[in-house]
Design a protein around this ligand. Structure first.
Ligand code: SF4
Ligand code: SF4
Length: 90
C-alpha cells in the first residue's frame, strides 16, 4: 500500500531525501508521494522512513493503493535491479 501525505504537511522537506525510492517530491501546497514508486520501504527499511521523520505525522498508508508484501518487494526489485533487499525489511 503506497503511502500518501495529507494536508498536515508543513513543507519542511525532511522526508524527501529519506525515501529510498525517490518517490517523494515537492508539490504546490505539500510534498507528494508517487504511488508508482512507493514500496512502503519494503526492501530498504523495516519501517516507512517518511512516516518516521515527519514532524507532523502527515505520512500514512493510502487505502486506494492496496498491495501485499510480495507485491511491494517486487516493486522494490524493479527499481533496484541487481541489489539485494535488506534483511528484516520484507
Ligand atoms: S513509505 Fe518509504 S518508499 Fe514510500 S514514500 Fe515513504 S519513504 Fe518512500
Ligand atoms: S516530513 Fe512531513 S511535514 Fe515535512 S515535507 Fe515531508 S510530509 Fe511534509
Amino acid at each position: 500500500m503506497a503511502y500518501f501525505i495529507n494536508d498536515d504537511c508543513i513543507l519542511c522537506g525532511a522526508c524527501e531525501p529519506e525515501c529510498p525510492n525517490q518517490a517523494i517530491s515537492e508539490g504546490k501546497t505539500k510534498y507528494v508521494i508517487n504511488p508508482e514508486r512507493c514500496a512502503e520501504c519494503v526492501g530498504s527499511f523495516p519501517a516507512s522512513r517518511c512516516a518516521e521523520v515527519c514532524p507532523v505525522d502527515a505520512c500514512h498508508p493510502d487505502p486506494a493503493h492496496p498491495e501485499d508484501k510480495t507485491q511491494l518487494l517486487e516493486k522494490w526489485r524493479k527499481m533496484h535491479l541487481g541489489e539485494k533487499p535488506a534483511e528484516g525489511t520484507y
